[in-house]
Design a binder for this molecule. Structure first.
Ligand SMILES: [Zn+2]
Length: 353
């Protein structure tokens, strides 16, 4: 072990068809000590109803685990679950769901020091393996909280094929965003006089490359879903190694944050908002923004802002406010004098692509 590194990696990562019918076989080789320990499955009602058979199977595989259905997916609920885990002597938490459920499960298991097994039901963004949880706090606000990456991650490609395709497209968007995120990270490191972590940097680039240059552009094929699952998990590991979200989050994410925080009426997933932000970010960085448009189009990911209810005026406003969402973050926006004409031009290119 390198004496200078201080990061955790998951003990196991399995990406396989129908793995959710036998997660215990995969996990217990790595974690034999969880045999017979009290366990809790964290999911939500909708998924419990939809995948009742799989949830029952998971319950019986983990010592007749109790099921908790998340309702609010906020900080208070995560802490309430953590309290229950501690009081009931639960040692294993199994998160079964999408981003909201998994963030609650991740944070609750972190606070209660339980083993956390992550079973995503879609591939909509890279938070499934990141060392952060985004939870609702007060008055509709959300906060990114540092926690631990999962102990084990199992991705069932058969399950992902059943998820709405728009969620998979979100995962592609979050991965494409690394193209501009690593560039902004380098800028920030230079400004702060610190080196970037070379391994986290390389991993993030490889995530981007694996999706941007994948030959078969069929978002429902098993081979593509395997690649996307690994790219999202590796993105989480890049954050863990870097000790921050910087390898995966630059100005394209500031666009997404501005959209989420200032314009909550625009309903768009995290990954799609990131993909929209990547075009402007690449343009400000003086890089090839047409490439972003081409890659997204090749997967059927629509980057016309109009399709999401964002007109020219709103698009400009979102970019103008983007830097204010995380004022302590150095990105290309610190060196960019945005003006309406420039933003309109980018909008036109996205709308007419
Ligand atoms: Zn993201």
């Amino acid at each position: 072990m390198n004496q200078h590194s201080r990061f955790n990696l998951p003990l196991c990562l399995v990406v396989e068809e129908d793995i959710f019918t036998r997660t215990d076989e995969a996990v217990k080789q790595y974690l034999p000590e969880i045999e017979g320990k009290k366990s809790l499955v964290i999911t939500e009602k909708f998924l419990h109803d939809l995948y009742g058979d799989i949830v029952s199977e998971i319950q019986s595989d983990y010592n007749n685990a109790e099921v908790f259905e998340v309702v609010h997916a906020d900080f208070d609920e995560a802490v309430r679950i953590a309290k229950k885990i501690c009081i009931d002597d639960i040692k294993v938490v199994i998160g079964f769901g999408g981003g909201r459920v998994l963030d609650v499960a991740k944070y609750a298991s972190y606070v209660s020091k339980a083993v956390y097994i992550c079973l995503p039901t879609n591939l909509s963004n890279d938070s499934l393996a990141s060392p952060f949880a985004v939870l609702g706090t007060e008055n509709g606000n959300r906060k990114t909280l540092a926690c631990k990456i999962p102990t084990a991650i199992l991705v069932d490609t058969t399950m992902i094929q059943k998820a709405p395709q728009i969620q998979t497209l979100g995962g592609i968007g979050d991965t494409i965003g690394k193209y501009t995120a690593v560039y902004d990270w380098s800028l920030a490191a230079k400004a702060e006089g610190k080196p970037v972590d070379d391994f986290a940097y390389s991993i993030a680039w490889m995530c981007y490359d694996s999706i941007a240059h994948f030959d078969e552009k069929n978002v429902n094929s098993i081979s593509f879903l395997r690649t996307l699952a690994r790219a999202l998990v590796m993105g989480g590991l890049a954050m863990e190694i870097a000790g921050s979200s910087r390898p995966c989050s630059g100005s394209e994410h500031l666009f997404c944050h501005a959209l989420e925080e200032y314009y909550p009426d625009i309903k768009i997933s995290h990954g799609l908002a990131v993909a929209l932000g990547t075009v402007g970010a690449a343009n400000f960085q003086g890089r090839d923004d047409m490439k972003m448009l081409e890659v997204c189009r090749s997967y059927g990911l629509d980057l016309n802002p109009e399709s999401y209810g964002i007109d020219k005026e709103l698009f400009a406003q979102i970019w103008m406010r983007a830097a204010s969402t995380r004022p302590d973050r150095v990105t290309i926006l610190n060196n960019t004098e945005l003006n309406r004409e420039w933003l309109d031009e980018i909008y036109e290119r996205m709308a007419n692509n």
